[in-house]
Design a protein around this ligand. Structure first.
Ligand SMILES: [Zn+2]
Length: 300
């Protein structure tokens, strides 16, 4: 009886834990094409990883693994982040709930700060299930004629190696930004990799007047490219007004976090967007409470 009570309590603890944090998308950053050495500084990698984790931790989709094995072969195709040339990772595999983003720096010219988007692919095999997994990773709406969901393997991002970047050593403050805030641009380009402005399920939501129309975003004007919200589109972050991350530009010396509108758009193109994570103190309290329940069960 004691053992039963214990294992029931442990099972409860595991369930509680997973409901808070375990179901997130891991965005793995691959620097193997960063031949210009843009990311040779660890601070730059850390900032990009923080941006990736900030977005991935809010997504609870179950992305099926893509496994090249036997007669099934998946080839990931993307633009080399350091040269722009077409690259292929042949017989590639991506773990479940994971996306891979190839990143690097190159001279993008002019005022462009970054270029990012989901990758393409080719596949061969004998199983329709395999082809569907490669195309949609279990997000069935992504296979519809007018796609309502998106299940990418990942993609690529180039950051302009000639821009005047600001690499923040303390993301808790944004008053000291001089130049172009790398963290903000990282969030924006990762948004493109996640399908904002790039996925077929984004295109499905664009009306004849160039607005994005969705359950969560309402109706929002897009820029001329139809790949961003219109310049100056306002939203909120924790109740504070801010220009949307997925507008086409950023003011030098400012930070743009992912706003409520940006997350709403992720939801409308098919992502399962979770609420802001419960603070650690609340989680500890819940954990302690469960411990008490466990004790009570053992006594019973
Ligand atoms: Zn953009």
């Amino acid at each position: 009886m004691i053992r039963t009570g214990l294992s029931a309590a442990l099972g409860g603890a595991i369930l509680l834990s997973s409901s808070f944090s375990a179901s997130a998308i891991q965005i793995v950053l691959d620097y193997s094409y960063d031949t210009s050495g843009f990311f040779s500084d660890q601070l730059r990698k850390d900032l990009l990883q923080t941006a990736a984790s900030t977005l991935g931790s809010r997504l609870s989709d179950n992305l099926l693994a893509i496994e090249s094995a036997g007669s099934n072969t998946f080839n990931a195709e993307f633009n080399d982040p350091a040269t722009g040339a077409s690259e292929t990772q042949s017989a590639y595999s991506v773990a479940g709930d994971t996306m891979v983003v190839f990143v690097g720096g190159r001279d993008l010219g002019g005022t462009t700060l970054g270029l990012g988007g989901p990758g393409g692919y080719s596949a061969s095999g004998t199983s329709q299930t395999f082809f569907d997994t490669v195309a949609a990773r279990g997000q069935s709406g992504a296979l519809d004629a007018n796609p309502s969901d998106f299940g990418p393997w990942g993609g690529a991002i180039s950051f302009n190696s000639t821009s005047n970047w600001y690499f923040d050593t303390d993301l808790t403050t944004s008053a000291d930004i001089q130049g172009n805030d790398f963290y903000s641009v990282a969030l924006h380009e990762l948004g493109h990799v996640l399908g904002l402005g790039t996925a077929a399920s984004w295109d499905s939501l664009i009306d004849a007047n160039g607005n994005l129309v969705g359950t969560n975003v309402g109706s929002v004007a897009l820029d001329a490219s139809l790949g961003h919200f219109a310049d100056g589109t306002s939203s909120t972050v924790n109740g504070v007004a801010q220009e949307a991350a997925m507008s086409p530009s950023i003011t030098t010396g400012t930070r743009k976090e992912f706003t409520d509108l940006d997350f709403a758009a992720l939801s409308d193109i098919g992502w399962q967007v979770t609420p802001v994570p419960v603070p650690a103190a609340v989680w500890l309290f819940a954990s302690g409470l469960l411990g008490l329940i466990g004790v009570a069960r053992r006594r019973a």
